[in-house]
Design a protein around this ligand. Structure first.
Ligand SMILES: Nc1ncnc2c1ncn2[C@@H]1O[C@H](COP(=O)(O)OP(=O)(O)O)[C@@H](O)[C@H]1O
Ligand SMILES: [Mg+2]
Length: 164
């Protein structure tokens, strides 16, 4: 049983994240997409909203025999992974710029918990420049984000902006 954790902020989930999850499904029996609760960061969407949005869009991706579920965690990722009996952490690498930070985290996590491997996956080139941060920025300035996030996420962003 290969169980992997795919941790992140998912604020909001983008097509880049979904691309990584679909690819991960070819390697793992189960992927727990887990939202990191970071008390120091002020997210655009609440934890509940991010979780709901993830669950909604995950219904429309091709998962094969893989089970994908949504969860959240606080504190050390490796502790969470052990508690979930997962021995793999999945991370997406877009460009060299991601590599430096991801390498540091992967090596630190290995030091903390040698039994857990970090697996880096590359998205389709189309999504290699897509980040939640950029999607929010462009959207807030009135730019089109169609194709970068699923339609339901675009709708949620419109609603959220009109609220506040
Ligand atoms: N467009 C993308 N293509 C591939 N991987 C991505 C993309 N966007 C984000 N990721 C990866 O998904 C994971 C979660 O990203 P994110 O939600 O931004 O959380 P974090 O706060 O951990 O960076 C990270 O490994 C990130 O590099
Ligand atoms: Mg990020």
């Amino acid at each position: 049983m290969r169980r992997a954790i795919y941790p992140g902020s998912f604020d909001p989930v983008t097509n880049g994240h979904l691309d990584i999850i679909e690819r991960g499904c070819k390697l793992f029996d189960e992927i727990i997409v887990s939202i990191l609760v970071n008390p120091d960061k002020q997210p655009f969407f609440t934890l509940e909203e991010r979780s709901e949005m993830l669950s909604e869009v995950l219904q429309n991706i091709s998962q094969g025999n893989c089970t994908v579920r949504v969860d959240s965690f606080r504190g050390l990722l490796v502790n969470y992974a052990v508690a979930q009996q997962a021995n793999v952490i999945v991370r997406g690498i877009r460009a060299i710029s991601d590599y430096e930070y991801e390498l540091q985290m992967a090596l630190m996590n290995r030091r903390l918990e040698p039994g857990i491997e970090t697996v880096f996956m590359m998205p389709a080139e189309t999504y290699s420049y897509v980040s939640s941060r950029l999607v929010k920025e462009v959207f807030q300035l009135g730019g089109a984000i169609t194709g970068l996030v699923p339609p339901v996420i675009e709708r949620r962003m419109k609603e959220k902006m009109n609220q506040g």
